[in-house]
Write a protein that binds this ligand. Structure first.
Ligand SMILES: Nc1ncnc2c1ncn2[C@@H]1O[C@H](COP(=O)(O)OP(=O)(O)OP(=O)(O)O)[C@@H](O)[C@H]1O
Ligand SMILES: [Mg+2]
Length: 336
């Protein structure tokens, strides 16, 4: 059967309210998507299926203390913790970084692809990775790249929200989150991981803060080998030393070197019809961009592309050149 056939069946059984047939054909479509290498679709359908089944279990009113009641409470607590659940199409191609970092990340991915080999020789698997470095240099992007390369779903966790509100509940909720992510084979991604350190500022209650850190330490220590935690921060100094030590890999994504600026410019331009008029112009732009983050450089190029386009009389011409005066001005503005 083709994907279109499955979709037609799903529409029919859905409209006929035939749950059993609907579930069966959905499972078949998930398998079909896996076999035809549409991994992200398979992951998303799987997740929709699980959530749907769970929603059925918790539908309607629940008696306090009943199983349904606790399931509902769990869902509510988890929804507060998770910003989003996503799949990723990013790959190493999208990330500009040094050869050394690329190699480290490739090994990290390989450990999970070849996990059975490591298990066979009783070797520990690296599954906790921390990205740090200045804003706009690819920490969040690198995390998405890992999710894409590993073909795994990712829970993005909202630490800021949990630590600022009900501190007392945080430890319990974190444990729930880890349990659920592990059972669903999802990556747990703590973006802005430094919020955990900020608890100290929010609350006078250092005892509570210690409890949260201790919970995370334990969850990290007992993380199953096939689970993965990724954390990202631009304020390493906010994070407890004991927590920092738990990461198997710590990767510093810093400001781009000149060759990385060039790679970023080339990657950004290949998606547009524009190029630089001369090599000298490109060299000048690279020099001028020194000290800016990947994000700011990319944003300047995209803005310059748009503004060049607006100024053109004939957009169908075969050779379109980027107006480097506009780009220079934008870069200079970013530097002040
Ligand atoms: N190393 C990089 N290679 C390619 N593109 C990059 C890189 N770093 C940043 N970018 C571009 O900038 C955007 C923003 O980067 P990202 O969100 O990963 O930054 P960040 O390090 O997480 O910053 P923050 O600390 O502010 O969260 C990316 O989506 C991408 O378009
Ligand atoms: Mg980020």
């Amino acid at each position: 059967m083709s994907q279109a056939d499955y979709i037609k069946d799903i529409a029919r059984f859905g409209l006929e309210n035939d749950q059993d047939q609907l579930l069966e054909v959905l499972s078949k479509l998930i398998e079909h998507s896996r076999q035809t290498k549409k991994v992200n679709l398979a992951l998303q359908l799987q997740s929709i299926l699980k959530e749907g089944l769970r929603a059925q279990q918790t539908k309607g009113l629940a008696t306090v203390g009943s199983k349904k009641y606790y399931l509902k409470e769990d869902d509510r607590a988890l929804n507060e913790l998770i910003i989003e659940k996503l799949t990723s199409d990013y790959s190493f191609e999208n990330l500009v970084c040094s050869a050394g970092i690329k190699e480290e990340l490739t090994y990290f991915v390989q450990e999970h692809r070849d996990i059975e080999l490591l298990n066979k020789f009783d070797l520990p698997v690296s599954n906790r990775i921390l990205f740090h470095g200045p804003s706009g240099c690819g920490k969040t992007l690198a995390s998405y790249v890992l999710a894409g390369e590993l073909d795994m779903m990712m829970y993005v966790v909202n630490l800021g929200a949990i630590v600022s509100s009900k501190l007392g509940e945080t430890s319990k909720n974190l444990s729930k989150l880890f349990r659920q992510a592990t059972s669903e084979n999802c990556i747990i991604f703590f973006d802005e991981f430094d919020s955990i350190g900020k608890v100290r500022d929010y609350s006078q209650d250092h005892g509570e803060m210690k409890r949260v850190v201790n919970t995370i330490l334990q969850l990290f220590d007992y993380l199953p080998q096939n689970s993965i935690v990724i954390a990202a921060t631009n304020q390493m100094q906010m994070i407890d030393d004991a927590l920092l030590r738990r990461f198997d890999m710590t990767i510093n994504l810093g400001l781009p070197s000149n060759s990385q600026i060039q790679e970023l410019i080339e990657k950004t331009l290949t998606k547009s019809p524009f190029k630089f008029r001369t090599k000298k112009e490109l060299a000048e732009i690279i020099k001028l961009s020194e000290g800016l983050s990947f994000y700011l450089i990319q944003r300047s190029i995209i803005t310059a592309i748009k503004r060049t386009l607006f100024g053109l009389k004939d957009v169908e011409k075969p050779n379109l050149y980027l107006d480097s005066a506009i780009l220079k001005e934008l870069i200079l503005k970013e530097k002040v």
